[in-house]
Design a protein around this ligand. Structure first.
Ligand code: 6PG
Length: 482
């Protein structure tokens, strides 16, 4: 008999925790996993947490599907990529029109869109859902949930997904954002922004460690203090904890022992590529992705240091206040860029992505949750802004903070500190806020070698110079032709 409110396939850490979260909120969840041993482990875990009454373990896939009330909502929590397509194919013969598959991994939004389009004519709903907050804590106690896909079927799962999400001032951090791949697109940009936040924090930590000569635990104290101010956020908070952690064997700060090579699974790269493809500058995300790639080339870096010598890290004259403000300014630029990418995608894919709602559901549960997002949510609620950098509340912060970002980046250049992300944010800001740039020269060059044309105010938009045909004649003055 069908008694489960929802089904969930894939009981690795994240899947199990989501299932336990659902059960705890009073919904009955049927669970299934390819290897039966994992189902047994889940059953013991659910029992240990007193949640077995709301869970229905099913070892057979057909049996599992039958145990979920129609129209069915079935969460799949398997590895992104081919395993998702395989799972869809396995499930299809057991589903009925009106049922929905809810995929909660970090899938590429174009894959999600393809799956949505594939299932639509079969009358099977497809929801591509971004879940942020970590597979342990977030999934178990309240993630941020970014839903995209079949709107009709979203309503069947809405109560459960809304209940398991994090809450901010009584509002659920789960929302339906748009059709097709919209949910996974927004999750991808969330991760891109996460990369930027993390990289900017790491760059500031570098100045504290190597420029101000601070120990890991002294740096940790600063992050702890910053977490009480405008930078208040999950990532600043955990940075404090990471910096205070001590290795049990050596009693040294753990962070000093961890190799300086950062991994990445792909969402940051995807964000940077999409931003470039859509013609939206997202230099903070690009910088953060590049910095991770450079970090992973440890052997090359060691060899290069052998050639150029150790960086001459003179004691920096930047203050901790400068660093705090520089982070804040960099963060505003990075979020302005991330939201601009989302706004452009909304236009390009016809999704009507609600920027204020996105800022709202990121206020709790997700990795980039912060006090700042509450300010962003209210700014976006007041009206649609094309760029956060021109929203009055943020203009005021930027006016106060960009001189510090400038001082920090300038100091970093002279002190031989890499600042791929913060300097990218500053250059973007300086490019964005200037009325007169230097692309006039680019246009001249383009017209010189490729007759691409240029515009002169009051004289038209497709003008050409009469450039010398050979460089021997380069002294000849060009004449503008229409
Ligand atoms: C989250 C995280 C989560 C994960 C990413 C990032 O929102 O809960 O972003 O999705 O940590 O996979 O991983 P990488 O840093 O390995 O790309």
């Amino acid at each position: 008999m069908a008694t489960a409110d929802i089904g969930l396939i894939g009981l690795a850490v994240m899947g199990s925790n989501l299932a336990l979260n659902i059960a705890e909120k009073g919904y009955t969840v049927a669970v299934h996993n390819r290897s039966p041993g994992r189902i047994d482990e889940f059953v013991s875990e659910a029992k240990a947490q007193g949640l077995d009454g709301n869970t229905i373990p099913k070892y057979d896939l057909a049996d599992f599907v039958q145990s979920v009330k129609a129209p069915r909502s079935i969460i799949i929590m398997v590895k992104a990529g081919k395993p998702v397509d395989d799972m869809i194919e396995q499930l299809l013969p057991h589903l009925e029109p009106g049922d929905a598959i809810i995929e909660c991994g970090n899938s590429l939004y174009t894959d999600t869109q393809r799956r949505f389009d594939y299932l639509k004519p079969k009358n099977i709903g497809y929801l591509g859902v971004g879940v942020s907050g970590g597979e342990e804590e977030g999934a178990r106690h309240g993630p941020s949930i970014m839903v995209g896909g079949s709107k009709e079927q979203w309503h069947n799962a809405e109560a459960v997904l809304t209940a398991i999400a994090a809450q901010f001032n009584g509002e659920s951090c789960c929302a339906y954002l748009g059709e097709g791949g919209a949910g996974h697109f927004v999750k991808m940009i969330h991760n891109g922004i996460e990369y930027g936040d993390m990289q900017m924090i790491a760059e500031v930590y570098g100045v504290m460690r190597d420029g101000l000569g601070m120990t890991a635990s002294e740096c940790g104290d600063v992050f702890k203090k910053w977490n009480e101010g405008p930078l208040n956020s999950y990532l600043i908070e955990i940075t404090g904890h990471v910096l205070h952690a001590v290795d049990a064997d050596t009693k040294k700060p753990l962070v000093d022992l961890i190799l300086d090579k950062a991994g990445q699974k792909g969402t940051g790269v995807w964000s940077a590529i999409v931003a470039q493809q859509m013609g939206v500058p997202a230099t903070a995300i690009e910088g953060a992705v590049a910095a991770r790639s450079i970090s992973s080339r440890k052997a090359e870096r060691v060899a290069a240091e052998g050639i150029y010598g150790r960086p001459n890290r003179v004691r920096s004259d930047v203050t901790l206040d400068d660093l705090e403000k520089a982070l804040l300014a960099g963060k505003i630029v990075s979020y302005a860029q991330g939201f601009a990418v989302i706004a452009k995608a909304s236009e390009e894919f016809g999704w009507s992505l609600p920027l204020a709602t996105i800022a709202k559901i990121w206020r709790a549960g997700c990795i980039i949750r912060s006090r700042f997002l509450d300010q962003m949510a209210s700014a976006y609620s007041k009206g649609d802004a094309s760029n956060l950098l021109i929203v009055p509340d943020f203009v005021a912060i930027m006016k106060d903070a960009h001189p510090s970002l400038r001082k920090v980046v300038a100091g970093a250049a002279m002190g031989e500190f890499p600042m791929v992300c913060l300097s990218a944010a500053l250059s973007y800001f300086d490019s964005y806020r200037q009325a007169q740039g230097t692309a006039n020269l680019i246009q001249g060059q383009r017209d010189f070698f490729g007759a691409h044309g240029f515009e002169i105010e009051g004289r038209g938009g497709d003008l050409h110079g009469t450039w010398p045909s050979t460089l021997q004649n380069k002294a000849a003055a060009p004449v503008v032709e229409e």
